[in-house]
Design a protein around this ligand. Sequence first.
Ligand code: SAH
Length: 194
Amino acid sequence: MTPTISKAIFVALAIGWYLIRYKYARRSRREKIVWSARGPVETALLLISLTGLGLVPLLYVATAIPRFAAYSFHPLFAWLGLFFAIAALGMFHLTHRALGRNWSISLDVREKHELVTEGIYRRVRHPMYSAFWLWAIAQALLLPNWIAGFAGLTGFGILYFGRVAREERMMLETFGDSYRAYMARTGRVFPPVL
Ligand code: SAH
């Protein structure tokens, strides 16, 4: 394991994620939206997250900027990073497949929106956010740079904490008691401890 391979794994993670979501993003354009939380807050949160998980680390991979924040590379961290990256891609695959036409980049309720509560959604309400946390951890382990490595945890953390309660309120308003019951038997990003 070398620093170059470690950076390549991060790039592969970003490309893998893009390829997984591409089909759903295209398909979702055809699905009519009946209610949406889109607006300046959502746009700002999405841009912050994109910057932290994508723009900052990819700039670092391409140019080593910001150089002052570099620290020495440890192969063990990179191996762990590979493990988290594979786990993240596996979770992205399962969550996109399970959400299907109900997927959105933002918070939208689609016409004939179906509440998904099975498969990867059985014990966890936000497994796609779990996958982004795994990405952010992989990024911190793969990129030996204090800023580029930790930008993902910061950027996605802002999106996550700025969004998840509003998303659950939206789901409660749309699905009422079914979502309430679903909340009672699931955890947000981890399965509930028995
Ligand atoms: N928070 C989820 C989904 C992220 S995608 C996760 O982390 O896995 C965001 C879109 O998914 C929102 O527009 C919301 O309407 C939809 N959504 C969230 N949870 C859902 C569920 N259990 N079933 C169907 N759609 C869901």
